[in-house]
Design a protein around this ligand. Structure first.
Ligand code: G6P
Length: 475
């Protein structure tokens, strides 16, 4: 059993803060983005913790060297080349693509010499984390390792520190075995056995946990019990499902601050009396932003009653621009939005309002205003936007939700479900959402908000921690 007094140790690639270097060389801290950081940042202050993360940029590396991070954050200054090969080459171009089924398989992936160099860097990067965690964890501490960047770390840490309790958590979907087997055989095995080095492996939905179990069975020949204990080569790992929810207290308070009110007023001014369809995403291939725009275009082409009566507010924030696929995707998003505005826009009506610069208060303002929220990912571990919008909505929102988002397991009953590839069905769902009777919308929003907040971040974190430490809350 784990120590109940040692600080819990968290490990993730992206930490709670990242630094940018200004023209004058000054370092400015910024809150990290994405579902993982949103979830973990909200952990109660009562919990003593150490957070080990990677320096992601030159600004981070400088901050790490100058000791500018908080004492409970340890940023690893990994050599920039090793980091880039591990993060861009393996984590974001290989494992992310596999779990989100993103490959255009006639041409990609190609696992050749470059891949092997990247894989060696990924191993080195995971070893650096395991080493830092081994140094940071007090005897018997609980160590919670996050996501696909760190799939080898649990086993490496287990070898260095057999005394600690290790949890791993996947914030992504998990690929089904036939797709997972695209990976070279040794790599496919190494990723699975790496995670099985943990005492517990957590997932956002049962669907992803079962896919992981299926991969263990088919790729490793592991055995899986009815209650999802995976046994392989003498070790046993309990799989768990912890559906991260939205942080209602934080969101409702933050969404009513003056900066959000000001942005809401500006959006209202731009929209006028028209209805709104809102989406907020990183510009991420798996988020399916282009098909979302095409669905909106189809709606305007086929249902003329919406001409000049609706605005699509699409926030597509920058993400992973080191990868050419993401730069091309961003260009496609901009192009499609422009095409719609050229086709339908008038001097007094801009059908798509697209913003590509990250602005959290503006996102919250759009959440409050939305008549319809469009969340149509190809595949998504959870998707917190689907959970956040109903919580802060001012007047009720109709949610159009992909059946491939993890959030669908909890919100499916009160959302309008779509196949993310089917733009005609998505357009029909947008129409149904825009015309949903007000009382139905209100009651659905209430139920969506309840389901979305069933396991807020602090409870989500403690649930995993208690499961890992044998039910003992840590002090
Ligand atoms: C997802 C992943 C996180 C990641 C985030 C942002 O939510 O599960 O691990 O941090 O995307 O992506 P980035 O590559 O910018 O860290």
């Amino acid at each position: 059993m784990a120590s109940t007094t040692a600080p819990v140790v968290l490990a993730s690639n992206r930490g709670p803060v990242s630094f940018t270097v200004g023209d004058d060389g000054a370092l400015t801290p910024r809150r990290g983005g994405g579902g993982l950081v949103s979830g973990l940042s909200a952990i109660g202050t009562g919990q003593r913790s150490i957070w080990v993360c990677a320096a992601l940029s030159d600004g981070d590396r400088a901050a790490a060297r100058q000791g500018l991070t908080e004492p409970d954050v340890r940023m690893l200054d990994i050599d920039a080349g090793t980091f880039a090969r591990a993060y861009n080459g393996i984590a974001n171009s290989t494992l992310w693509f596999v779990h989100h089924l993103l490959y255009d398989t006639p041409t990609k992936p190609v696992f050749g010499g470059q891949f092997r160099r990247e894989w060696a860097s990924y191993e080195a990067y995971n070893r650096a984390f395991a080493q830092a965690l081994a140094e940071s964890a007090e005897p018997g501490a609980a160590v919670l390792v996050q996501d696909y960047h760190l799939s080898l770390t649990p086993l490496l840490l287990r070898e260095l520190r057999p005394d600690v309790r290790i949890g791993h958590f996947s914030h992504t979907p998990w690929a089904p075995p036939d797709y997972y087997r695209l990976l070279p055989d040794d790599v496919a095995r190494q990723v699975l056995t790496g995670i099985l080095g943990a005492d517990r492996a957590g997932f956002l939905t049962e669907r992803w946990a079962r896919a992981f179990a299926d991969c263990c069975r088919e790729v490793l020949g592991a055995s899986v019990s009815d209650d999802l204990v995976v046994t392989h080569e003498g070790g046993a790992t309990q799989l768990g499902v912890h559906g991260l929810g939205a942080d209602a207290d934080f969101l409702r308070d933050r969404a009513h601050q003056p900066d959000v009110d000001a942005r809401l007023a500006a959006l209202r001014e731009a929209v006028g009396e028209r209805r709104t369809i809102v989406r907020v995403d990183r510009t991420e291939l798996s988020k399916n932003i282009v098909r979302g725009l095409q669905a909106y275009q189809h709606l305007l082409r086929t249902r003329s009653e919406w001409i000049d009566r609706v605005v699509h507010i699409a926030f597509a924030y920058p993400s992973r621009h080191d990868l050419p696929e993401y730069r091309e995707y961003t260009a496609a998003v901009l192009r499609t939005a422009q095409e719609i505005n050229d086709e339908f826009g008038t001097p007094s009506w801009q059908p798509v309002i697209l913003h590509v610069n990250d602005d959290f208060p503006r996102s919250l303002a759009a959440y409050r205003l939305a008549d319809v929220a469009l969340v149509n990912p190809i595949r998504d571990g959870m998707n917190l936007v689907a959970k956040e919008v109903p919580v802060v909505s001012d007047a009720g929102v109709a949610l159009v939700l992909s059946r491939e988002a993890g959030a669908h397991a909890e919100l499916g009953e009160d959302a309008l479900t779509v196949n993310p590839y089917d733009v005609i069905q998505t357009a029909d769902a947008l129409h149904a959402a825009l015309t949903m009777p007000e009382d139905e919308r209100t009651s659905r929003t209430k139920r969506l908000a309840e389901a979305s907040t069933a396991l807020p971040p602090t409870a989500w974190f403690l649930q995993q921690l208690h499961a890992l430490t044998g039910g003992q809350p840590q002090s």
